[in-house]
Design a protein around this ligand. Structure first.
Ligand SMILES: Nc1ncnc2c1ncn2[C@@H]1O[C@H](COP(=O)(O)OP(=O)(O)O)[C@@H](O)[C@H]1O
Ligand SMILES: [Mg+2]
Length: 360
């Protein structure tokens, strides 16, 4: 079908079962569910959950923003988070906001056990740092980056947008459905992106909703599964299939795409966790044997919670004086655990090996 084929008005949820439960989809859903269940189990074995969550959320903030061509480096983000008053690019600022928006979303999930449309608005607000909210002025269309051609026109009228959003949130909160929650995840993500309720930030907000949905349905306890790295690797497919679903009303390929994203990222995250655990053990071992005098479990854990560390962090975590904190970090550098770098007046101590694992 050509680029200018007419768009179909959005249907309310859910789609007909036979369209979203083909044998191929059910087979893939089984594989994806198994991979995610394995991840859920392994995540429990990590001794310090905050450590894992911080690192993974930051990586996701970076990746999800990258899908929207907001490109920055891990190095710059960590510096922005660690050094007060440092100059940061607008891209880095957006990623830092994205990270805040994710944590904001977790709060709703933990406090309420469900989401309201207003909560989604609040998450998006945190992300884009303005209060424009749900679209009220027509004119928002989705264009092809390269050709500028209009590929999709979302609903334009505010009442229609609100109506579709309320239908969306009802479906989102319903966790007694017979349909596999992972199939639902795919349906919900398509629906949210197609409603496209905001002027900007729809893609990123929608991807935050994905992890919140998994948590609300108990498929994962801690927020560590993110599909963005997979979407980056398969970005044109992601766009093509969102589009195809709307033009043809066929769900199959899109659902398979999302299910594979879950399987693939679950497996990758399992690998990552196992590498982080190994590194943590190695690091503990090294400090214990090479600098037994300064060894404290909390000190090593800090280097994993804050891969870019500084004297202040040590002071707070270990409740020691600056002089001692500084000496600990120096010693850790001497034995090759961290690498120091001066940024402005601050000295950062970077857990390089961990950063390498997180980047993969
Ligand atoms: N044809 C389409 N139908 C529905 N949604 C689409 C389509 N093409 C792209 N999208 C979604 O729109 C998002 C981009 O919208 P945008 O509001 O700019 O979000 P962000 O600012 O987070 O990039 C993409 O990430 C994708 O999820
Ligand atoms: Mg955008």
């Amino acid at each position: 079908m050509g680029q200018n084929a007419p768009h179909n008005p959005l249907d309310r949820l859910p789609p007909a079962r036979e369209k979203v439960e083909t044998i191929e989809i059910l087979r893939q859903a089984n594989k994806s569910t198994a991979a995610l269940a394995e991840l859920k189990g392994i995540a429990k074995t990590i001794p310090n959950q905050a450590m894992l969550i911080n690192a993974v959320v930051l990586q996701e903030a970076k990746d999800s923003s990258e899908i929207e061509n907001i490109i920055t480096t891990q190095d710059e983000i960590y510096k922005a988070l660690t050094v007060n008053k440092t100059k940061i690019s607008s891209e880095t600022k957006e990623v830092v906001n994205y990270r805040k928006a994710i944590f904001h979303g977790f709060d709703f999930v933990k406090r309420q056990g469900f989401l309201r449309v207003n909560d989604i608005v609040s998450i998006q607000q945190e992300l884009v740092d303005n209060t424009a909210g749900i679209r009220s002025t027509p004119g928002t269309v989705l264009k092809n980056d390269k050709t500028g051609e209009i590929v999709y026109t979302p609903p334009q009228d505010r009442p229609e947008i609100l109506d579709l959003l309320s239908d969306f949130i009802n479906h989102f909160n319903q966790n007694d459905q017979e349909l596999s929650p992972l199939i639902n995840l795919a349906i919900l993500h398509y629906q949210f992106e197609s409603i496209h309720p905001f002027y900007d930030g729809n893609g990123r907000t929608g991807r935050i909703l994905n992890i919140l949905y998994l948590m609300l349905n108990g498929l994962i306890d801690v927020p560590i599964l993110y599909l963005s790295s997979y979407i980056i690797e398969n970005k044109s497919e992601y766009y093509r299939l969102l589009n195809k679903t709307n033009r043809t009303g066929e769900w199959g390929e899109w659902i398979i795409f999302m299910l594979k994203a879950v399987e693939n990222t679950s497996k990758k995250t399992i690998e990552k966790i196992s590498k982080i655990k190994n590194l943590l053990e190695l690091t503990i071992d090294k400090v214990q044997t090479e600098s037994p005098k300064i060894y404290k479990k909390e000190l090593v854990e800090l280097l994993f919670e804050q891969p870019y560390s500084k004297i202040d962090f040590v002071v707070h975590k270990l409740n020691v004086e600056r002089k001692a904190a500084s000496r600990y970090l120096q010693e850790l550098e001497n034995i090759g655990i961290v690498v120091s770098q001066k940024v402005g007046r601050e000295t950062l101590y970077i857990n390089k090996d961990l950063i390498e694992i997180l980047k993969q």
